[in-house]
Design a protein around this ligand. Structure first.
Ligand code: SF4
Length: 556
C-alpha cells in the first residue's frame, strides 16, 4: 500500500503540521508488509503503574505540547495538551504515534561508514581530520536551540561555517526580509488578527504551520458562516482539502499564480483600493486574465473582495516574491494582522549553499530533514535517529530518538509571538547514540554545555519579566519567585509565550515589481512521497480513517 504524505495529512482531518521539516525520514519503507504483522518490533511493557508526563514534541519545529503516558518508564501513549495556547491539544498523526518510533525497524543503532559498520572513534577521528584540512559546514535544521549554540560555537572556533536548512515556511518569509532588511527569522504571520487570508496554494487547512493554530481559528471564526469573521480565499488549480473548506476557492490555471497576483495588484493600485505607492507589475490585465484563465472582471472582483475586509494577508507555501509583493501593496508588512516582527534580537541565518563543494566536509544535525541531500562531493557526516534510505552521507551516525534527549524548543517558524519550551529526556539515551552537539563537545571540551545553556536562557526569561508561562493555569513571568521555579515549570511541559504586543514597523523598499519565478508547487511535498517511516499507530489511523477524500475530489 502506498501512503502519500498528503493522504496522511488528509486522514487526520487537518489537525496536522508542516511535517516537511520533521527530521523523521519520510522516504520509502521497502517492505510495507511489516505493517500488517501486529508490529512485533514494539515491545509490550509489563503491568505496572502508569504516570503522565507533559513535554514538547521535538520531531519537527512546530513544537506541539505533548502529554505522554508512561508505564514502567516506557511511553505507551501520546496526546495533545489542551492548555497549550498555540497548539491547543492538536497533534499531527506522527505525533500521536511518536512513542512507537524508537522501536521502528529503521532505527539506527550503529555508526556506518559508506555502508559498513564503523565506530564512534573512527567517525570522530575522520571529523577531526576534516576540520584540520579545511572548512567544515555545520548544518542545523532547527536554529535557535541550545544545541544550535553548540553547533554554531564549534563552527566559529574551528574555522567552519554554521549553516541552516530552512523549512519552506521560513523560506516563504525571505522576500520580506530582502525588501526590509529585517531577518526572516524575526518575522511571523499574525494570523490571529487577520480578517482576510489569501492563500496561493498554501495548505492552510491541510498540514501547514503549527497544528491547531489555523485550523482551530478557522473552525471558531468561520466554519459554515456565509460572511465569516475570518475569510479564507484559496487560490489554487486543484480542489485541495483547504480549497474545499475555504470561504472562497478561486480555481486558476496551474502555474499562473504570479500572473493573477499581477492582475490583482493592477486593480488595487489603479482603482485606489490601497494607499501604497510603488512599482506596478508590467503585465497587463488582459495578459493576467489570459494566463490565469479568469476573466478581467473576475480578477477585479477578487481584488475588491481582498481589499474589502482588512487586515488582509497573503500567504505562499514557498518564497515567491511575485506574489509576496501583494502584501507590500496591502500594507500588511509590519502591521497587525499581517507579517509582524516578533523578535527584535534574532540573528539572520545563512542557508546552506545549493552547491557546497567549497567545504571540506558537512556535518548534518539530526534536526535536518532526511530529504536534504547536499549537492556536493564533500565528506558528509549525517546524524539521524532513523534511516530514511538512499545515499544520505558517507557517515551515518545514530542520534537520540524521540524523548531521549534534553533539548529546548524555540519559536515555531510561522509564529507571530516568541515561545520557549523544554523537552526533557524522559527516556534514557541509548549508549550507541550521540547527538551532533555531543560529538562536537567530545572534540572540543570548551564548547558550552546544553544543560547550562538552558539554565541561562531560563534565567534571562526570569530577569526580563516578560510574558506568561502557560501550564494548567497561566502565570505571568513577573510572578515567579526565582529562575529555578520558572525552569522547573518549563521542564514539566509548560510553555513560555511573549504575549506583549510589539509595534515594530517595517519599511519595505521594493524598487520594481518582482518577476515571476518558477516555484516548486506545494503539491511536491506530498506527491513524490510514498510509504514513510511511520509509527504503527499513525498507520492504523490512516488505514481505518474514512476521512480520506476520494482522489477524484482531490485532483478535481
Ligand atoms: S506533533 Fe507537532 S511537533 Fe510533533 S511532529 Fe507533529 S507537528 Fe511536529
Amino acid at each position: 500500500m502506498k501512503v502519500s504524505r498528503r493522504d496522511l495529512l488528509i486522514g487526520s482531518a487537518g489537525v496536522t503540521a508542516g511535517l516537511i521539516f520533521t527530521p523523521v525520514p519520510w522516504k520509502l519503507l521497502g517492505d510495507v508488509s511489516i505493517w500488517t504483522q501486529n508490529w512485533p518490533w514494539i515491545p509490550q511493557p509489563s503491568q505496572g503503574p502508569v504516570e503522565t508526563k507533559q513535554s514538547v514534541c521535538t520531531l519537527c519545529a512546530a513544537g506541539c505540547g505533548l502529554r505522554v503516558r508512561m508505564a514502567e518508564g516506557w511511553p505507551v501513549g501520546v496526546s495533545g495538551v489542551g492548555t497549550n495556547p498555540v497548539t491547543k491539544g492538536a497533534l499531527c498523526p506522527l505525533g500521536f504515534g511518536a512513542h512507537q518510533l524508537n522501536w521502528h525497524p529503521r532505527r539506527l543503532h550503529e555508526v556506518r561508514h559508506r555502508g559498513r559498520t564503523s565506530s564512534w572513534d573512527e567517525a570522530q577521528g575522520a571529523l577531526e581530520k576534516a576540520c584540520a584540512e579545511g572548512p567544515v559546514a555545520i548544518v542545523d535544521g532547527r536554529p535557535g536551540r541550545a544545541a544550535s549554540s553548540v553547533l554554531e560555537g564549534f563552527a566559529a572556533k574551528h574555522g567552519g561555517n554554521y549553516r541552516v536548512a530552512l523549512s519552506s515556511e521560513s523560506r516563504a518569509l525571505g522576500p520580506y526580509a530582502a525588501w526590509s532588511g529585517v531577518a526572516a527569522s524575526r518575522l511571523g504571520y499574525d494570523l490571529e488578527n487577520a480578517q482576510t487570508v489569501v492563500s496561493f496554494g498554501t495548505p492552510l487547512l491541510d498540514g501547514w504551520g503549527t497544528p491547531g493554530r489555523f485550523t482551530r481559528m478557522w473552525s471558531e471564526k468561520a466554519a459554515g458562516a456565509s460572511d465569516p469573521e475570518l475569510r479564507l480565499i484559496q487560490i489554487e488549480a486543484a480542489l485541495s482539502r483547504t480549497a474545499a473548506r475555504a470561504w472562497r476557492w478561486v480555481a486558476i490555471r496551474e502555474g499562473s499564480d504570479a500572473a493573477l497576483a499581477a492582475g490583482i495588484a493592477r486593480v488595487l493600485r489603479e482603482e485606489r483600493l490601497v494607499a501604497a505607492k510603488g512599482p506596478l507589475p508590467q503585465m497587463s490585465m488582459e495578459e493576467a486574465a489570459a494566463q490565469s484563465g479568469l476573466t478581467g472582471q473576475a480578477i477585479r472582483e477578487l481584488a475588491h473582495t481582498i481589499a474589502e475586509k482588512r487586515p488582509a494577508l497573503v500567504i505562499t507555501p514557498e518564497a515567491n516574491p511575485a506574489i509576496a509583493a501583494l502584501n507590500v501593496l496591502l500594507g500588511a508588512v509590519g502591521a497587525p494582522g499581517g507579517i509582524v516582527v516578533r523578535n527584535k534580537k534574532a540573528l539572520e541565518h545563512i542557508a546552506l549553499e545549493a552547491n557546497s563543494n567549497s567545504y571540506r566536509a558537512l556535518v548534518i544535525d539530526s534536526s535536518v530533514p532526511w530529504d536534504l541531500v547536499p549537492r556536493s562531493n564533500v565528506e558528509v557526516f549525517r546524524f539521524a535517529a532513523w534511516d530514511g534510505g538512499g545515499n544520505a552521507g558517507d557517515w551515518l551516525l545514530p542520534a537520540p530518538g524521540f524523548l531521549e534527549e534534553l533539548t529546548d524548543v524555540p519559536t515555531a517558524p510561522t509564529s507571530a509571538t516568541e515561545t520557549y519550551g523544554i523537552a526533557m529526556n524522559l527516556l534514557a539515551q541509548p549508549a550507541e547514540t550521540k547527538s551532533a552537539a555531543q560529538l562536537l563537545g567530545k572534540i572540543d571540551s570548551t564548547l558550552p554545555d546544553i544543560e547550562k545553556l538552558i539554565h541561562t536562557r531560563c534565567e534571562q526569561l526570569f530577569q526580563a519579566k516578560l510574558g506568561t508561562i502557560h501550564a494548567e493555569q497561566p502565570v505571568a513571568v513577573a510572578k515567579f519567585e526565582s529562575a529555578k521555579k520558572l525552569e522547573e515549570r518549563l521542564r514539566n511541559g509548560a510553555v513560555w509565550i511573549d504575549d506583549s504586543r510589539h509595534a515594530n514597523s517595517v519599511r519595505c523598499a521594493m524598487k520594481e515589481w518582482p518577476a515571476a519565478t518558477r516555484v516548486l508547487p506545494a503539491a511536491d511535498w506530498g506527491a513524490a512521497w510514498e510509504a514513510p517511516v511511520l509509527p504503527a499507530l499513525a498507520e492504523k489511523l490512516y488505514k481505518e480513517s474514512n476521512l480520506r477524500d476520494a482522489p477524484a475530489r482531490r485532483e478535481a
